[in-house]
Design a binder for this molecule. Sequence first.
Ligand SMILES: *Cc1c(COP(=O)(O)O)cnc(C)c1O
Length: 372
Amino acid sequence: MESWQQQLSQSAVKIEDLPFIPESPEYRERLKRVAELYPIRINSYFLSLIKGPNDPLWKQVVPTVEELDDYIDGDTLVADPLNEEGDMPVPELVHRYPDRVLLMINNQCPIVCRFCTRKRKIGFPGIVTRETLRQGIEYIRNNPEIRDVIMSGGDPLLVPDKELDRILGELRSIPHLEIIRIGTRVPGTLPSRVTENLCAILKKYHPLYFNMHFNHPAEITPEVEKACAMLADVGIPLGSQTVLLKGVNDNAKVMKELMLKLLKNRVKPYYIYQADMTEGTDHFRTSVEKGLDILRDLMGHTSGMAVPYFVIDAPGGGGKVRLLPNSVVEHNKDEVVITNYEGKVFRYTQPNGKNGNGNSKAKHQDMCQLPA
Ligand SMILES: *Cc1c(COP(=O)(O)O)cnc(C)c1O
């Protein structure tokens, strides 16, 4: 098998390298403009999985001129929709929540996702440097309330083994830092990067968690399954995040297949994100109801293990907010009336409710089932 470095060096990076794009010279001319604004990268492994135009993998990585349309219409869509830059006490470290930070380790990725929330940064030179990294680690060392760091980017796993070992070692030398998380799309898009040597390095820095990124069941190939198994076998709890994307995974059948396939590979689905309001990505956005409908189709119909949190990362920097389909019909101090996944209605009497007397037998009788 080819090495990950080879697969990266054989990436599609120019318009001429792109699979299944229109022949028209005018179209290609406009795509050139897209590529100037937002770099292209599809490594040769991921390229080999693309079966045709508009397939769910093609859509995630092949640029289209729609990225330009949104750029002109920059009214509601912005380059930094979560205002990450506003929450950076030092460059390339986001400190938004009380006890955890996001630290950008580099700004290169194994593929450049067209819907990326950090489109403004990814693939450009000179953004994350040795100096920003040094300041980031220093900041964590000087702020004892930080007990959790998410190494992100870019993709932390594109950093060479020796350098990654050094960064992890420095972070682990900080006594108040309890857990380290790695946010990565590498296992799912460049699985050859998950080598024995990498696993041996990662294993030294427990408790270490992975937040991976998967959007479609076709991403879970035999190579990816092997990479996940190697990581799980060195004791890394594996989680996954998914972005709800129009034309890629905005239907319950695809989402369910993805979630169940992840579980089979010892990966726990963690988040489904409503797409951020990022400039150049409007054509990927779905309505919020779509996400709630998908959740409704998962909850109760399959294992709770397979149901991630559905979140909107609040525009302007409010952080992640979880949304749930409504299951409470009525709620007062005496009782809570709820519906289950089949739409049936149930009554739960509160301990201090008018029928509640602490007798569990009586309580059960009070929970009468009403017709849907
Ligand atoms: C998502 C995120 C985190 C981690 O959030 P959890 O909900 O704890 O996984 C931390 N910092 C930033 C800036 C984030 O966007």
